[in-house]
Design a protein around this ligand. Sequence first.
Ligand code: 5GP
Ligand code: MN
Length: 343
Amino acid sequence: MKITGEHIEKLRTLLARPGQRFVIVSHTNPDGDAVGSSLAWAEILRGMGHEVTCIVPNKYPYFLDWMEGIDEIVVFKTDTEGRAVRAIEEADAIFCLDFNAVSRLEILSETIEANTTARRILIDHHLSPDGGFDLALSFPDSSSTCYVVYSVIEALCGTEAITRRMAEALYVGMMTDTGNFAFSFLTPGLFRAVAVLVERGISIPTIHNNVYNAYTEGRARLFGYAINRKMEIIQDGTVAYMSLLESEMRRFQFQQGDSEGFVNYALTIKKMKMSAMFLAHRRFIRVSLRSRGDVDVNLFARKYFNGGGHKNAAGGKSFVSMEETIAHYIRSVKEFAEEGHLG
Ligand code: 5GP
Ligand code: MN
């Protein structure tokens, strides 16, 4: 990650006038990185004397409920008082964290497109960001947006500005987006950042426990069901997929976030190169993709599911039935393999 002096100077200019009103938005189905980076960035901006409203399109998963300050995040979907729209209308600038295209805001996209001409600043780590940002701090070689935010803070005002609460928020994103420090882009710089967060007094075991050991019984049983009954393996044991219908989710009292990690599980099988999860929603099927090594699911998601993400973790949507979605996946995997993308 190379944050240039130009990036920082532009940001410094933008933040110079005190008392501005800022909005921080993050993606649909906000995860630990989306929430963690939003909370930490909000606190830095507030520390500079600005007013900040954090907005997410829909609710974050319940295993993040313990995070300090999370209650202040406005959930657009259930925002009956119009706080989100008002904050967006009044915003001097909008910070877009942990996503690369306004369309990823889904139900919130229209509001951002129609209700404001405020400058948009991107702080993110997804591949191929859209061109519509006034300033883009886009670092696809960073393992998380939280690490980008950490590095921006370091360059902008020094890590002394990081409080314990911010450190906790930043650690959540670093931990969750790296699969607990097991995926790619695990640079020395990231671990130096973690060292600073530990210096601020965070408890890694407590955070780990709060995030990963906080599921419901229904989630544990749904996981067993999904692996045992719904995981299918194709392509000579190298590609997997799993699907969950709404009726199946209801049977296990499904809550937002309960399927987190399911798609990764197939990759614990030694031969596995790529895994997919199809989660039924009322109007479409959400597609999650994971891969190992050189297999590029960002490319796969773009090509076959109108989506994107990272090389080893991507997603998209399907607007046909579950059967058709699965058939499309199987055909696409074959084509992808024939083109040599599966190694
Ligand atoms: P997840 O499977 O955890 O929902 O998403 C994995 C990655 O793919 C995330 O980085 C996420 O931002 C990206 N992603 C998920 N769904 C979509 C989508 O519909 N469009 C795009 N462009 N990216 C997505
Ligand atoms: Mn992220």
